[in-house]
Each structure stands twice: as C-alpha cells, then as structure tokens.
Design a binder for this molecule. Structure first.
Ligand code: NAD
Ligand code: MG
Length: 389
C-alpha cells in the first residue's frame, strides 16, 4: 500500500490524481489532501477518500472545513508549516506536488528533504531553485518523477539513463514539444486585445488558469525549458522547442546515433500521473488508447520568438543562471494574475517580465532564503510596473 499526500488536491492535477487513485484502491491510500481556498471541494474529496489529514490556506478556512467534516476522524490544519508537515510525515510515502506557483516550493522541498517519492507537477519550484532542489533530492535520496507531460515523456524516452549526464547517455538534444496554445495562428497585432477567457481556452489540454495563460504566452514552455535543464542536466543549447499543434507526441529525445525516441498518447494528464505513481510498473489510468489512424497528419515547426517573447525571456534567464529564473517566475506570476484580474493587457505580460528582468540584478542562488528574497523583490517590482500601467 502506497500512502499518498496530494498538495493542491482541488486543482486540475489534484483532481486527475484522485481519479487515478480511485481506480486502484488496492494499491494506494490517501494520507493527506491540501487546498487553498476551495473548502467545499476539499470537504467533498475528504468524504470520499478519508485522508487522515487536510490542510487549507487560512485559519478561517480551517474552521469552516472542521465544521463541514464534523464527526470524521480527519485532522484539519492550515498554513505553510502544515503543508510542509504533510509533505514530510513518516506516515506518507509519495507526495504529489501540484500547488501552482512559488507557494509550492517550501512543501515540495520539505518532501525532498524527507526523502519521499515526489511526483512533481509544480514546475515553478524547479524553476526558482533548480540546483538547490536537485541537491536536496540527491542528498536525502528522494525519488523525483516528473508529472509535466513533456518531462514525463522525456523521462520515458531516457530508458535507464535518468540522472546520467546527457553526454554519458548519448543524448544529442532534448526535443520539447509545444502545442503553441490558443494563439498560434492568430494575427500578432490582435494579441493586445485578447481576454482572459480567450487565453484560458487551450485547444488540447484542460488546466488551471495560471498555466493556461502561460501556455498562451508560451511562458509555460519557457518554464519547461528551465525545468528540463534541471531534471535532465541538459544545457540551454541542447534543449530545442518544437511546435506540434496536435499534442500527440509529448516530447522526444534525440541521440547521437540519429535515433529519436518519443512518448505518444492522448493529451490527458492521467497518463503521466499513472506512470509516475506506478513507476516502474504500469497501471490503468482511465485514458483511452491512442488511435493513430484517427490523425490525418502530425505537424512540426519551429517556434516564432517574436510572437512569443516570453519563450526568449525564459531562455535568457536560464543562460543568466543564479536567481534570474526566480526573477522571471515571480514577475510572470504577478503579471499573469494582473492579466486575469483585467488590470493589464495580454501583451503587457511579456513587457512586465522583461522590465523586471532588465531593471533588477540577479544574484547567486546559494540558499532558499536568497531565492525567496529575490522572489519578493521581483514581485514588488512587478506590482509597481503593473500599478503604473
Ligand atoms: P490549479 O489552479 O487547477 O490548482 C492549483 C492548486 O493549488 C489548487 O488545489 C489550489 O487550492 C492550490 N493553491 C493555489 N494557491 C495556493 C497557495 N498560495 N498555497 C497553497 N495552495 C495553493 O492548477 P493546476 O493546473 O492543477 O496546476 C498545478 C501545477 O501543476 C502548476 O505548477 C502547473 O504548472 C503544473 N502543471 C499542470 C498541468 C495541468 O494539466 N493542469 C500540466 C503540467 C503541469
Ligand atoms: Mg507541460
């Protein structure tokens, strides 16, 4: 029996994870669930999955959850320390890190330091503190399995070589596929005017609002380039973004002998979730088998960095190193939220990120405290720019 903690249980990834777990009650038991504000949704999940512990964002939310769960033997707590506790408790084996944004870093790191099996959806944690995170995984013998569909595909295309340097594994390039999001074909000059609703309407994937906007700007792919760098040890110039609008191939690895290995499937996050949960075994996920005869053609082309400046900004941040990716990530989180709140336009997202990157020096990412301080400075700078615009 694997005992599971789900951080961010009410989100898109959290719900897909519970869907897979419900198919295998003989293999998995839920130890703890967390949510930020959606107390009713979390209470409903608690009634079905009967975790020992539940964690929410605030004391008020915790009080409400206690009322809703009265009579059930579920310990309810709130705040970051409680999140770190359910991520590192000796009563859990596996932690699904599916909180969105920088808020997910501390609990994911707590899981790493406790040597857990970590299923990492929260890419922002690796973007902010890649070296520190990977060091903690290594030092505490944690197991890190990528949930992001591209990285899960790359992992599956690197048989037996995970953790080796790309050169030792004969890897020439990592080919990170990208759908291009909802604005791949739209006239560039009309991008200024797109609404949050349009930006959140992804052609292939159903996801949370933040990552949906990131997909529309392609900052998501930029964050994934940085994520791939840390997970697979590949330098920026060995990671290539390939636009593949159908999202059937979820990424590829190109080897020095000319071989290219890929992982394919219907675009449904339950596949990488089931893969990581059961690894190295396989379990059913509820995802329909891929029928390639249904696809008339699969297309591939190069990304347009003028249409998607956020992708270039992310490559710049990776090449700059240190706390530059933390700056990028924090500025982006603030800008995306401001766009969702209709305080700035769609194209202002890349402008805010660029200005924060240009106007704030980055430093060395020597400690989590240094990274968090950079994160706070970047947020304040981004807020000022948003406010003035
Ligand atoms: P979502 O918005 O649907 O859910 C986010 C979850 O995090 C919710 O449970 C919410 O309660 C919790 N949360 C939000 N703010 C929080 C805070 N300040 N403190 C604690 N908890 C908080 O997001 P999602 O689409 O499920 O994405 C989650 C993560 O997985 C993101 O990092 C995203 O980039 C990554 N990811 C998602 C997908 C996808 O298909 N949805 C694919 C790949 C990677
Ligand atoms: Mg992805």
């Amino acid at each position: 029996m694997q005992r599971i903690t789900i951080l961010g249980a009410t989100g898109s990834i959290g719900v897909s994870t519970l869907d897979v777990l419900a198919r295998h009650p003989d293999k998995y038991r839920v130890y703890a669930l967390s949510a930020h504000e959606r107390v009713d949704a979390l209470a409903a999940q608690c009634r079905v999955f009967r975790p020992q512990r539940a964690v929410v964002g605030t004391a008020a939310a915790a009080a409400r959850l206690r009322d809703l769960l009265a009579g059930l033997p579920i310990d309810v707590a709130h705040g970051e320390a409680a999140l770190c506790e359910i991520a590192s408790s000796p009563d859990t084996d596996t932690v699904m890190a599916a909180i969105v944004g920088a808020a997910g870093l501390a609990p994911a790191l707590a899981a790493a330091r406790a040597g857990k099996k970590i299923l990492l959806a929260n890419k922002e944690a690796l973007v902010m503190s890649g070296q520190l995170f990977m060091d903690a995984v290594k030092e505490h013998k944690a197991t890190l399995l990528p949930i992001d569909s591209e990285h899960n595909a790359i992992f599956q295309s690197l048989p037996g070589t995970y953790g080796r340097s790309p050169d030792a594994a004969g890897v020439a390039k990592i080919l990170l596929t990208a759908s291009g999001g909802p604005f791949l074909q739209r006239a560039v000059e009309t991008l200024e005017a797109v609404t949050p609703e349009e930006a959140c309407k992804h052609p292939n994937w159903s996801m949370g609002r933040k990552i949906s906007v990131d997909s529309a700007t392609m900052m998501n792919k930029g964050l994934e380039v940085i994520e791939a760098h840390w997970l697979f040890g590949a330098p920026a110039d060995r990671i290539e973004v390939v636009i593949h609008p159908q999202s059937v191939i979820h990424s590829m690895v190109s080897y020095v002998d000319g071989s290219v290995l890929a992982q394919l499937g219907n675009p449904d996050m339950r596949t990488p979730i089931a893969h990581a949960l059961a690894y190295p075994e396989r379990i059913a996920s509820g995802v329909e088998q891929l029928d390639l005869t249904q696809w008339a053609a699969l297309a591939f082309h190069k990304p347009d960095f003028d249409r998607f400046p956020c992708l270039a900004l992310a490559f710049d941040a990776l090449r700059a190193g240190g706390t530059a990716p933390a700056l990028l990530n924090a500025a982006n989180e603030v800008a995306v939220q401001a766009f969702l709140d209709r305080r700035i336009g769609f194209r202002d997202i890349d402008r805010v990120v660029r200005r924060v990157m240009d106007e704030n020096p980055h430093g060395a990412a020597t400690s989590i405290e240094a990274v968090m301080a950079q994160d706070a400075r970047a947020r304040a700078a981004a807020e000022r720019i948003v406010h003035a615009s």
